[in-house]
Design a protein around this ligand. Sequence first.
Ligand code: TRP
Length: 472
Amino acid sequence: MSSRDISPASDGESAAPQARDIFTTRLGVIAATLGSAVGLGNIWKFPSMTGQNGGAAFVLVYVLATLLVGLPVMISEHAIGRRGRADAIGSLRKLAPNTSWWLVGAIGVLAAFSIMAFYTEVAGWVFAYIATAIGSMFQGASGALASTDPTTTTAVFTKLVTNPWLSLMLQWVVLAWVGAIILAGVSKGIERMTKRLLPLLFVLLVVVGIRSLTLPGSGEGLRFLFRPDFSAITPAVVLAAVGLSFFKLSVGMGTMITYGSYFREDQNIPATATRVMLADLLVSMLAGIAIFPAVFAFGFEPTAGPSLLFITIPAVFASMPGGSFFLVLFFVLAAIAATGAMLSLAEVPVAYLNEQLGWSRKKATLATMVLLALVGSTAALSNSVLADFKPFGKTMFDLFDFGSSNVMLPIGGIFICLFVGWRWSYPELKKVLSNDGALRNERFIAAFRGVVKFVSPVAVLVVLLSGLGLLG
Ligand code: TRP
């Protein structure tokens, strides 16, 4: 397969119709999968976690987790989906009738709710920043976001998140937006849009990255991102890195089972998953390069956490010509990336209510959105009214974030590995991953089987128990 096959630029009208048919589908699968993977996880979660957990050493552990755990689970989910040809719970029911394996899908529905609870709020901030950035564009130097001074950009963000009604309303706008797209059934349109615009986000990240790197004093940021200091690595940090590797690749809860069920029989699953993983990693690294050199150059704190994206990126743009326009563009693209990810998340409970309980799609979507608004409101208010409500020592926002990435996704991931590694016989696994012998990847499959049978599940279990402080 030539590199042309995966290049977004070659998705033009010039290809011959016959070739294009197959090619589009193959690219479409990668685009859809990548559309679910790339999201706020890359431009918001990855940088903020890297900043909070000591920089390069965290990145290294994260990359290792992606290779040893995230990728194998993704391949496993695609395999389960294509074999089951149904939604997550349905596929597991079909492949393992009269067993409890479907419960893995049920945990997934719960995880989808937890993730959406905080994800919709962060997406709401992105939406708000689009409006603020447009305002700033017309106000010039006096605009709210036209500053490279940490105190100014921090104040803008604080004012936003501590406003309870605004926080709620932003979340409702996001939920209405996602619900409307799901209801209209134009997810194909959105997917097509995502496919076209993701490359643009990519280009913009490169532009911001170059600006960030050419700021005086940016070297400190590069050192932070690339020179590891392992003293900050604790079991809890390793668990966070493993959790991020699940969150990033949208695995551990059945999204990728659902996507796998749409794969063609001749889709090369291991190759597809590997490409998606690499592209996703590249976007995260670009986001890191766009953010950290500027953090140090302008005197921000790398440990700022969730606010990092919202205080640093405006400052970088404020320091470049035409920056106010690019700032609007950046947050619009971030909103689009977030939308693609949220569609894949919301689809899990909607599909469940629709297919398993027989609700109409409209009723299922409405119920999901209302329930998400209720559950999510506790996350939306966790910087204002509920700031002091801290079960397990965490705000509701942090609890949803922590509970999904650091508990539910890893548990889901362990069981998915066990299913593919132990329940499936070797010939069966070989059949699925080699497309019935059409692909000559026997050695890969043999190695893969060892990994999902032993390495991944044991590694995740140990990391999970020690990260939660349950190992003595
Ligand atoms: N991967 C997405 C991101 O990085 C988030 C996401 C979408 C997700 N679907 C998911 C996370 C399913 C876990 C499971 O923004």
